[in-house]
Design a protein around this ligand. Sequence first.
Ligand code: G3P
Length: 501
Amino acid sequence: MTKYVAAIDQGTTSTRCMVFDHSGHVVSVDQTEHEQIFPRAGWVEHDPREVWTNTRQVAAGALAKADLTTEDIAAVGITNQRETAVVWDRTTGEPVYNAIVWQDTRTDRICRDLADLGGGQERYRDRTGLPLATYFSGPKVRWVLDNVEGARARAEAGDLLFGNMDTWLLWNLTGGVDGGVHVTDPTNASRTLLMNLDTLSWDAEIAADMGVPMSMLPEIRSSSEVYGHVRERSALASVPIAGILGDQQAATFGQACLSPGEAKNTYGTGNFVLLNTGTDKVMSENGLLTTVCYQIGASAPVYALEGSIAVTGSLVQWLRDNLGILGTAGEVERYARSVEDNGGAYFVPAFSGLYAPHWRSDARGAIVGLTRFVNKGHLSRAVLEATAFQTREVIDAMNADSGVALTSLKVDGGMVVNELLMQFQADILDVPVIRPVVNETTALGAAYAAGLAVGFWASEDDIRQNWAQDKQWEPTMDAETRDRLYHFWKKAVSRTLNWVE
Ligand code: G3P
């Protein structure tokens, strides 16, 4: 009998394969990072071939580490960094350009031109749930077709395919040029600016505005069903690929936020707060996104409100890699603890402009409030606080949109091991922050989607039962301090706007 389900988690900085048992515990993991390519200011790329090679390696690695074989695995799920766009040739399997990463801002002009067609930044909000912004995939595909020599003609001839990382990996895993399956799920499709949120199908009119031929677009299937089987002569050969969820939706699923009103915040490269709104599609009036949370088989889609923050964990990496003032990312907590408070310094990491709730591509990062008093400890604290303040901004927007104040926040992701940050987060939100035992909720969510499709887990009740709390942080800050700190954060944010002309 097969005892396990695997998940491939293709993230912004790394790719991993994790194997889970029936109780949702991690049995094995293998992970490898890929190169971050920054050809110009504001541009961010990944090499899709490197990502595909890494995927094969970590799949083999995860099995080997736990002494497992393909026969032990009931199904595999895919979860991925969303919005990152790959365009490749269906006859050769070769990408025509690097993957343009979600954080990339090169499509600013394309987005502004589309807004000028009428309706401004909200032009497609009714149909897609999204503002026109550089974040999403559609404009990135347009950029590739406009800028790679010959690409548009090849796309129009039907030779090029588009996919987010889920689709690129699924196509390759299922055989590539030898019959690869060209499919995505509604959670990924809802991040392209090309899918209609009600019908869960591609919107021909928007695709035409965007200059993206419909023949490039993958088929949209549910988030939990068998799409195909892993090609022979590879790790996981013949295993059914049975789940696809964008990584933030996967984390929501893995956190068992399965009822309307339940929310989670993932602290990764960026932060992403998702609130399950059930089968009701809530349109935001406060700068949030409306997105598909998941669609399990033939059931009705479940929607979410999302607050996307571009830069949180990657700010710590930036401090380490670009400034060299940290040896390791983990040191940020030690330095932050060496001081009482931020010393008046605020760091707004608007490296990709500002995402939710502002949606300002003209913003750029700023450190403000500096005096000679400020040292490395204060800066480290300002870096951690920026994550908590940005989260507060999107939670405020969520409370305003839903009309109900959040009473607690489930958290996961790399930064939740940072105790100082978690306490500050509870303080600045004034609600308890709760961390689960299994913190790998992204991979777990994809494993759940795949396992449900093949009957490894019977129902969503199994997911609820597997969830267990590890630790809870209670707010202890007085209201006056909280209000004063947040006031200065807001002031700092205002300093970053209108920077790009
Ligand atoms: O929308 C971008 C998001 O999916 C990226 O997530 O965890 O790779 O930073 P992560």
